[in-house]
Design a protein around this ligand. Structure first.
Ligand code: RM4
Ligand code: MN
Ligand code: MN
Length: 426
Protein backbone atom coordinates (compact mmCIF):
# COMPACT_ATOMS: atom_id res chain seq x y z
CA UNK A 1 0.00 0.00 0.00
CA UNK A 2 1.24 3.46 -0.86
CA UNK A 3 -0.39 6.66 0.37
CA UNK A 4 -0.88 9.09 -2.49
CA UNK A 5 -0.40 12.82 -2.41
CA UNK A 6 -4.04 13.47 -3.18
CA UNK A 7 -5.15 11.24 -0.30
CA UNK A 8 -2.93 13.25 2.02
CA UNK A 9 -4.06 16.59 0.64
CA UNK A 10 -7.71 15.67 1.12
CA UNK A 11 -7.21 14.77 4.76
CA UNK A 12 -4.87 17.69 5.48
CA UNK A 13 -7.40 20.13 4.05
CA UNK A 14 -9.84 19.27 6.81
CA UNK A 15 -7.54 20.44 9.59
CA UNK A 16 -5.58 23.09 7.74
CA UNK A 17 -7.44 26.11 9.09
CA UNK A 18 -7.14 24.81 12.63
CA UNK A 19 -3.43 24.16 12.14
CA UNK A 20 -2.81 27.58 10.64
CA UNK A 21 -4.50 29.36 13.51
CA UNK A 22 -2.36 27.56 16.08
CA UNK A 23 0.84 27.87 14.09
CA UNK A 24 0.46 31.60 13.44
CA UNK A 25 -0.17 32.25 17.12
CA UNK A 26 2.87 30.25 18.21
CA UNK A 27 5.18 31.54 15.46
CA UNK A 28 4.28 35.10 16.36
CA UNK A 29 4.96 34.54 20.06
CA UNK A 30 8.27 32.78 19.35
CA UNK A 31 9.41 35.46 16.92
CA UNK A 32 8.63 38.16 19.50
CA UNK A 33 10.85 36.28 21.93
CA UNK A 34 13.69 36.35 19.45
CA UNK A 35 13.42 32.82 18.01
CA UNK A 36 14.25 32.08 14.40
CA UNK A 37 11.11 30.12 13.51
CA UNK A 38 12.20 29.30 9.95
CA UNK A 39 15.54 28.03 11.25
CA UNK A 40 13.78 25.79 13.79
CA UNK A 41 11.45 24.41 11.10
CA UNK A 42 14.43 23.62 8.89
CA UNK A 43 16.18 21.78 11.72
CA UNK A 44 13.04 19.75 12.45
CA UNK A 45 12.69 18.83 8.78
CA UNK A 46 16.32 17.75 8.57
CA UNK A 47 16.10 15.52 11.65
CA UNK A 48 15.57 12.04 10.24
CA UNK A 49 15.50 8.93 12.40
CA UNK A 50 16.18 5.40 11.19
CA UNK A 51 13.56 2.70 11.73
CA UNK A 52 15.00 -0.73 12.55
CA UNK A 53 13.87 -3.48 10.23
CA UNK A 54 12.97 -5.62 13.26
CA UNK A 55 10.53 -3.14 14.77
CA UNK A 56 7.78 -3.47 12.19
CA UNK A 57 6.25 -6.64 13.53
CA UNK A 58 4.98 -7.55 16.97
CA UNK A 59 7.72 -7.92 19.56
CA UNK A 60 7.51 -10.62 22.15
CA UNK A 61 8.50 -11.15 25.73
CA UNK A 62 9.89 -14.39 27.08
CA UNK A 63 6.35 -15.25 28.10
CA UNK A 64 4.76 -14.98 24.73
CA UNK A 65 4.21 -13.11 21.56
CA UNK A 66 0.90 -11.78 20.38
CA UNK A 67 1.11 -11.49 16.63
CA UNK A 68 -0.08 -8.40 14.84
CA UNK A 69 -2.06 -8.92 11.68
CA UNK A 70 -0.69 -7.82 8.33
CA UNK A 71 2.93 -7.82 9.52
CA UNK A 72 5.58 -7.43 6.81
CA UNK A 73 6.96 -10.88 6.07
CA UNK A 74 9.97 -9.91 4.00
CA UNK A 75 12.43 -7.04 3.65
CA UNK A 76 10.54 -5.50 0.74
CA UNK A 77 7.37 -5.25 2.82
CA UNK A 78 9.32 -3.82 5.74
CA UNK A 79 10.69 -1.08 3.50
CA UNK A 80 7.13 -0.44 2.28
CA UNK A 81 6.03 -0.01 5.90
CA UNK A 82 8.79 2.51 6.50
CA UNK A 83 7.67 4.22 3.30
CA UNK A 84 4.22 4.63 4.87
CA UNK A 85 5.75 6.02 8.06
CA UNK A 86 7.92 8.43 6.13
CA UNK A 87 5.11 9.60 3.86
CA UNK A 88 3.02 10.48 6.90
CA UNK A 89 5.65 11.85 9.26
CA UNK A 90 8.46 12.95 6.91
CA UNK A 91 10.88 12.10 9.72
CA UNK A 92 11.56 8.39 9.13
CA UNK A 93 13.89 8.74 6.17
CA UNK A 94 16.18 5.79 6.99
CA UNK A 95 16.20 2.08 7.71
CA UNK A 96 18.57 0.11 9.89
CA UNK A 97 19.00 -3.57 9.07
CA UNK A 98 19.76 -6.41 11.44
CA UNK A 99 21.82 -9.17 9.88
CA UNK A 100 20.96 -12.04 9.45
CA UNK A 101 17.31 -11.21 10.15
CA UNK A 102 17.13 -9.12 6.99
CA UNK A 103 19.71 -10.02 4.37
CA UNK A 104 18.88 -8.51 0.98
CA UNK A 105 18.86 -10.91 -1.95
CA UNK A 106 18.70 -8.48 -4.86
CA UNK A 107 20.71 -5.42 -3.77
CA UNK A 108 19.86 -3.29 -6.78
CA UNK A 109 16.14 -3.88 -6.39
CA UNK A 110 16.22 -3.23 -2.64
CA UNK A 111 18.09 0.03 -3.12
CA UNK A 112 15.64 1.13 -5.78
CA UNK A 113 12.70 0.28 -3.56
CA UNK A 114 14.11 2.29 -0.64
CA UNK A 115 14.90 5.13 -2.99
CA UNK A 116 11.33 5.15 -4.30
CA UNK A 117 10.19 5.79 -0.72
CA UNK A 118 12.87 8.46 -0.22
CA UNK A 119 14.49 6.26 2.43
CA UNK A 120 18.23 5.59 2.84
CA UNK A 121 20.08 2.78 4.63
CA UNK A 122 21.72 3.74 7.90
CA UNK A 123 23.89 1.84 10.44
CA UNK A 124 23.74 -1.93 9.99
CA UNK A 125 23.56 -4.22 13.05
CA UNK A 126 25.34 -7.52 13.51
CA UNK A 127 23.88 -10.35 15.56
CA UNK A 128 26.09 -12.58 17.66
CA UNK A 129 23.50 -13.02 20.39
CA UNK A 130 21.61 -15.85 18.67
CA UNK A 131 22.86 -19.06 17.14
CA UNK A 132 22.10 -19.31 13.46
CA UNK A 133 21.01 -22.54 11.81
CA UNK A 134 24.01 -24.66 10.77
CA UNK A 135 26.45 -22.44 12.69
CA UNK A 136 29.57 -24.38 13.70
CA UNK A 137 30.07 -22.63 17.04
CA UNK A 138 27.53 -21.53 19.66
CA UNK A 139 27.25 -18.11 21.32
CA UNK A 140 25.71 -19.58 24.43
CA UNK A 141 28.75 -18.51 26.44
CA UNK A 142 29.53 -15.34 24.56
CA UNK A 143 30.74 -14.24 21.16
CA UNK A 144 33.55 -11.68 20.86
CA UNK A 145 34.50 -12.35 24.49
CA UNK A 146 34.27 -16.14 24.38
CA UNK A 147 37.07 -18.13 25.97
CA UNK A 148 37.18 -20.32 22.81
CA UNK A 149 39.14 -18.84 19.92
CA UNK A 150 37.00 -20.56 17.30
CA UNK A 151 33.85 -18.88 18.64
CA UNK A 152 35.50 -15.46 18.69
CA UNK A 153 36.69 -15.97 15.14
CA UNK A 154 33.24 -16.95 13.94
CA UNK A 155 31.76 -13.82 15.58
CA UNK A 156 34.44 -11.58 14.05
CA UNK A 157 33.85 -13.21 10.67
CA UNK A 158 30.12 -12.49 10.93
CA UNK A 159 30.78 -8.81 11.63
CA UNK A 160 33.11 -8.60 8.63
CA UNK A 161 30.36 -10.16 6.52
CA UNK A 162 27.90 -7.56 7.82
CA UNK A 163 30.28 -4.77 6.81
CA UNK A 164 30.34 -6.21 3.27
CA UNK A 165 26.55 -6.30 3.13
CA UNK A 166 26.32 -2.73 4.41
CA UNK A 167 28.90 -1.60 1.90
CA UNK A 168 26.79 -2.92 -0.96
CA UNK A 169 23.88 -0.86 0.35
CA UNK A 170 25.98 2.30 0.56
CA UNK A 171 25.73 2.81 4.31
CA UNK A 172 28.65 3.84 6.50
CA UNK A 173 28.46 2.36 9.97
CA UNK A 174 28.34 -0.91 11.83
CA UNK A 175 26.61 -1.17 15.20
CA UNK A 176 27.85 -3.89 17.51
CA UNK A 177 25.70 -4.84 20.46
CA UNK A 178 26.88 -7.82 22.44
CA UNK A 179 24.85 -10.02 24.75
CA UNK A 180 28.13 -11.31 26.19
CA UNK A 181 28.36 -11.58 29.93
CA UNK A 182 27.69 -14.05 32.68
CA UNK A 183 24.78 -15.25 34.75
CA UNK A 184 26.64 -16.31 37.88
CA UNK A 185 29.55 -15.04 39.97
CA UNK A 186 32.69 -16.93 39.08
CA UNK A 187 31.36 -18.08 35.72
CA UNK A 188 33.58 -15.70 33.81
CA UNK A 189 36.88 -13.94 34.38
CA UNK A 190 36.07 -10.24 33.88
CA UNK A 191 39.57 -9.37 32.70
CA UNK A 192 39.78 -12.19 30.16
CA UNK A 193 36.32 -11.40 28.81
CA UNK A 194 37.11 -7.70 28.40
CA UNK A 195 40.51 -8.35 26.82
CA UNK A 196 39.05 -10.86 24.36
CA UNK A 197 36.34 -8.38 23.43
CA UNK A 198 38.87 -5.61 22.84
CA UNK A 199 41.04 -7.87 20.69
CA UNK A 200 38.06 -9.07 18.64
CA UNK A 201 36.74 -5.53 18.13
CA UNK A 202 40.16 -4.47 16.91
CA UNK A 203 40.06 -7.16 14.21
CA UNK A 204 36.59 -5.99 13.13
CA UNK A 205 37.81 -2.40 13.18
CA UNK A 206 40.61 -3.32 10.78
CA UNK A 207 38.04 -4.54 8.27
CA UNK A 208 36.17 -1.19 8.29
CA UNK A 209 36.41 0.89 5.13
CA UNK A 210 38.08 4.27 5.76
CA UNK A 211 34.87 6.28 5.71
CA UNK A 212 33.00 3.94 8.06
CA UNK A 213 32.30 4.12 11.78
CA UNK A 214 32.16 1.36 14.35
CA UNK A 215 29.41 2.06 16.92
CA UNK A 216 29.80 0.18 20.18
CA UNK A 217 26.61 -0.22 22.21
CA UNK A 218 26.57 -0.90 25.95
CA UNK A 219 23.99 -2.38 28.28
CA UNK A 220 24.17 -3.13 32.02
CA UNK A 221 22.28 -6.42 32.09
CA UNK A 222 20.09 -8.76 30.05
CA UNK A 223 20.13 -11.36 28.63
CA UNK A 224 22.85 -12.03 31.18
CA UNK A 225 21.87 -11.16 34.71
CA UNK A 226 25.10 -11.10 36.68
CA UNK A 227 27.49 -9.25 34.39
CA UNK A 228 27.66 -7.79 30.91
CA UNK A 229 31.06 -7.36 29.27
CA UNK A 230 30.30 -3.91 27.82
CA UNK A 231 28.16 -2.79 30.72
CA UNK A 232 28.35 1.00 30.58
CA UNK A 233 29.35 4.04 28.53
CA UNK A 234 32.78 4.10 30.16
CA UNK A 235 33.58 0.59 28.98
CA UNK A 236 32.30 1.36 25.50
CA UNK A 237 34.27 4.62 25.41
CA UNK A 238 37.43 2.81 26.52
CA UNK A 239 36.98 0.16 23.81
CA UNK A 240 36.26 2.81 21.17
CA UNK A 241 39.46 4.62 22.11
CA UNK A 242 41.41 1.36 22.01
CA UNK A 243 40.11 0.67 18.48
CA UNK A 244 40.77 4.14 17.04
CA UNK A 245 39.30 7.31 15.54
CA UNK A 246 36.56 5.57 13.60
CA UNK A 247 35.11 3.86 16.68
CA UNK A 248 32.43 5.51 18.80
CA UNK A 249 30.04 4.87 21.66
CA UNK A 250 26.36 4.29 20.98
CA UNK A 251 23.83 5.31 23.62
CA UNK A 252 20.57 3.36 23.83
CA UNK A 253 18.17 5.06 26.24
CA UNK A 254 16.92 1.79 27.71
CA UNK A 255 20.41 0.53 28.47
CA UNK A 256 20.86 2.29 31.79
CA UNK A 257 20.04 1.42 35.35
CA UNK A 258 17.09 3.43 36.71
CA UNK A 259 17.73 7.15 37.31
CA UNK A 260 21.04 7.26 35.43
CA UNK A 261 21.77 10.81 34.29
CA UNK A 262 21.81 10.12 30.55
CA UNK A 263 22.07 13.78 29.57
CA UNK A 264 25.36 13.98 31.42
CA UNK A 265 26.65 10.89 29.59
CA UNK A 266 25.66 12.49 26.28
CA UNK A 267 27.49 15.70 27.22
CA UNK A 268 30.65 13.86 28.23
CA UNK A 269 30.74 11.80 25.05
CA UNK A 270 30.11 14.78 22.77
CA UNK A 271 32.77 16.84 24.49
CA UNK A 272 35.18 14.01 23.74
CA UNK A 273 33.86 13.63 20.17
CA UNK A 274 32.78 10.05 20.75
CA UNK A 275 28.98 9.96 20.55
CA UNK A 276 28.47 8.02 17.33
CA UNK A 277 24.93 6.74 17.56
CA UNK A 278 21.73 6.93 19.52
CA UNK A 279 18.83 4.52 20.05
CA UNK A 280 15.52 6.01 21.18
CA UNK A 281 12.93 4.25 23.32
CA UNK A 282 11.45 4.72 26.78
CA UNK A 283 11.26 2.64 29.90
CA UNK A 284 10.21 2.48 33.50
CA UNK A 285 12.46 -0.31 34.75
CA UNK A 286 15.09 -1.44 32.25
CA UNK A 287 15.35 -2.15 28.56
CA UNK A 288 11.57 -1.98 28.26
CA UNK A 289 11.68 -0.72 24.66
CA UNK A 290 8.48 1.29 25.11
CA UNK A 291 7.26 4.13 22.91
CA UNK A 292 9.63 7.11 23.03
CA UNK A 293 8.39 9.81 25.40
CA UNK A 294 5.62 7.68 26.86
CA UNK A 295 7.06 7.42 30.37
CA UNK A 296 9.70 10.13 30.91
CA UNK A 297 9.19 12.97 28.43
CA UNK A 298 11.02 15.53 30.60
CA UNK A 299 14.10 13.31 30.78
CA UNK A 300 13.98 13.03 26.99
CA UNK A 301 13.83 16.82 26.73
CA UNK A 302 16.88 17.19 29.00
CA UNK A 303 18.74 14.66 26.87
CA UNK A 304 17.83 16.60 23.74
CA UNK A 305 18.99 19.77 25.42
CA UNK A 306 22.42 18.12 25.81
CA UNK A 307 22.30 16.85 22.22
CA UNK A 308 21.40 20.28 20.83
CA UNK A 309 24.19 21.92 22.80
CA UNK A 310 26.62 19.28 21.54
CA UNK A 311 25.51 19.53 17.92
CA UNK A 312 25.98 23.29 18.06
CA UNK A 313 29.20 23.46 20.03
CA UNK A 314 31.14 20.22 19.60
CA UNK A 315 32.62 20.26 16.12
CA UNK A 316 34.78 17.35 17.27
CA UNK A 317 31.70 15.11 17.43
CA UNK A 318 30.31 13.70 14.16
CA UNK A 319 26.60 13.90 13.42
CA UNK A 320 25.19 10.90 15.33
CA UNK A 321 23.25 8.06 13.70
CA UNK A 322 19.71 8.21 15.13
CA UNK A 323 17.51 5.16 15.39
CA UNK A 324 14.35 4.08 17.21
CA UNK A 325 14.98 0.84 19.08
CA UNK A 326 11.63 -0.27 20.38
CA UNK A 327 9.51 -3.36 20.57
CA UNK A 328 5.77 -3.44 20.17
CA UNK A 329 3.91 -5.94 22.26
CA UNK A 330 0.43 -4.54 22.39
CA UNK A 331 0.24 -1.63 19.95
CA UNK A 332 0.10 -1.61 16.18
CA UNK A 333 3.85 -1.26 15.44
CA UNK A 334 3.28 1.47 12.87
CA UNK A 335 1.14 3.54 15.22
CA UNK A 336 3.69 3.04 17.98
CA UNK A 337 6.49 4.21 15.68
CA UNK A 338 4.47 7.26 14.61
CA UNK A 339 4.05 8.17 18.28
CA UNK A 340 7.79 7.70 18.88
CA UNK A 341 8.73 9.84 15.89
CA UNK A 342 6.39 12.57 17.14
CA UNK A 343 7.85 12.42 20.66
CA UNK A 344 11.39 12.71 19.30
CA UNK A 345 10.52 15.74 17.22
CA UNK A 346 8.68 17.28 20.14
CA UNK A 347 11.61 16.94 22.51
CA UNK A 348 13.97 18.22 19.84
CA UNK A 349 11.78 21.25 19.10
CA UNK A 350 11.54 22.10 22.79
CA UNK A 351 15.28 21.81 23.20
CA UNK A 352 15.74 24.15 20.24
CA UNK A 353 13.67 26.72 22.15
CA UNK A 354 16.03 26.82 25.12
CA UNK A 355 17.57 30.27 25.29
CA UNK A 356 21.18 29.07 25.34
CA UNK A 357 22.68 32.52 25.74
CA UNK A 358 20.60 33.41 28.79
CA UNK A 359 21.16 29.94 30.20
CA UNK A 360 24.94 30.33 29.98
CA UNK A 361 24.69 33.72 31.64
CA UNK A 362 22.47 32.40 34.42
CA UNK A 363 24.86 29.49 34.93
CA UNK A 364 27.79 31.86 35.19
CA UNK A 365 25.95 34.04 37.69
CA UNK A 366 24.90 30.98 39.68
CA UNK A 367 21.28 31.99 39.24
CA UNK A 368 19.90 28.52 39.83
CA UNK A 369 16.27 29.58 39.76
CA UNK A 370 16.70 31.33 36.40
CA UNK A 371 18.39 28.24 34.96
CA UNK A 372 15.38 26.12 35.83
CA UNK A 373 12.95 28.76 34.57
CA UNK A 374 14.73 28.88 31.22
CA UNK A 375 14.63 25.13 30.75
CA UNK A 376 11.06 24.76 31.86
CA UNK A 377 9.84 27.70 29.85
CA UNK A 378 11.00 25.85 26.74
CA UNK A 379 9.63 22.54 27.98
CA UNK A 380 6.19 23.93 28.73
CA UNK A 381 5.75 25.39 25.25
CA UNK A 382 3.29 23.43 23.16
CA UNK A 383 5.41 22.94 20.04
CA UNK A 384 3.00 20.67 18.17
CA UNK A 385 2.06 23.36 15.61
CA UNK A 386 5.78 23.59 14.70
CA UNK A 387 5.89 19.85 14.09
CA UNK A 388 2.78 20.03 11.93
CA UNK A 389 4.25 22.85 9.91
CA UNK A 390 7.59 21.08 9.44
CA UNK A 391 5.73 18.01 8.19
CA UNK A 392 3.49 20.03 5.89
CA UNK A 393 6.50 21.83 4.42
CA UNK A 394 7.85 18.45 3.28
CA UNK A 395 4.48 17.17 2.07
CA UNK A 396 3.59 15.05 5.11
CA UNK A 397 0.44 14.76 7.20
CA UNK A 398 -0.72 17.40 9.68
CA UNK A 399 -1.76 14.55 11.97
CA UNK A 400 -0.01 11.26 11.11
CA UNK A 401 -1.97 9.06 13.51
CA UNK A 402 -5.36 10.42 12.49
CA UNK A 403 -4.43 10.09 8.82
CA UNK A 404 -3.16 6.54 9.34
CA UNK A 405 -6.45 5.63 10.93
CA UNK A 406 -8.72 7.39 8.48
CA UNK A 407 -6.92 5.73 5.56
CA UNK A 408 -7.38 2.38 7.34
CA UNK A 409 -3.77 1.50 6.64
CA UNK A 410 -3.65 -1.60 8.83
CA UNK A 411 -6.81 -2.98 7.27
CA UNK A 412 -5.30 -2.48 3.84
CA UNK A 413 -2.11 -4.23 4.89
CA UNK A 414 -4.08 -7.16 6.26
CA UNK A 415 -5.96 -7.42 2.98
CA UNK A 416 -2.68 -7.38 1.06
CA UNK A 417 -0.59 -9.62 3.28
CA UNK A 418 -3.08 -11.73 5.14
CA UNK A 419 -3.91 -12.16 8.79
CA UNK A 420 -1.10 -14.51 9.69
CA UNK A 421 1.96 -12.89 8.14
CA UNK A 422 4.84 -12.76 10.61
CA UNK A 423 7.86 -10.45 10.63
CA UNK A 424 11.39 -11.67 11.36
CA UNK A 425 13.10 -10.22 14.43
CA UNK A 426 12.88 -10.64 18.15
C1 RM4 B 1 19.39 -4.94 22.09
C2 RM4 B 1 20.07 -3.66 21.63
C3 RM4 B 1 20.36 -3.64 20.18
C4 RM4 B 1 19.28 -4.24 19.33
C5 RM4 B 1 18.77 -5.54 19.90
C6 RM4 B 1 17.64 -6.11 19.07
O1 RM4 B 1 18.86 -4.77 23.38
O2 RM4 B 1 19.30 -2.55 21.99
O3 RM4 B 1 20.59 -2.32 19.74
O4 RM4 B 1 19.86 -4.49 18.11
O5 RM4 B 1 18.36 -5.34 21.23
MN1 MN C 1 19.77 -0.64 20.94
MN1 MN D 1 18.00 -2.69 23.79
Amino acid sequence: MRITKSQLDDINKKSEAHHREHFDFLADRLAKNGHDVEGILKKLSDFQVAIPSWALGAGGTRFGRFGFQGEPSNLEQKIDDIGILHTLTQTAGAISLHIPWDVPTDYKAIKELANSHDVIFDAVNSNTFQDQKDAKESYKFGSLSNTKKAVREQAVEHNVEVIKIGDKLGLKSLTVWLADGSNFPGQSNFQTALQNTEDSLKVIYKALPDDWKLLIEYKPYEPNFYSTVIQDWGTSFMLANACGDKAYTLVDLGHHLPNTNIEQIVSTLMLKGKLGGFHFNDSKYGDDDLTVGSVKPYALFLIFNALVFGMENNQQNPYPAWMIDASHNIKDPLEDLIQSLEAIQEAYAKALLVDQKSLTEAQQNHDVVKCQELLQDAYRTDVRPLLEKARLNRGGAISPIKTYRSLKVRKNLINERGTYSVATGL
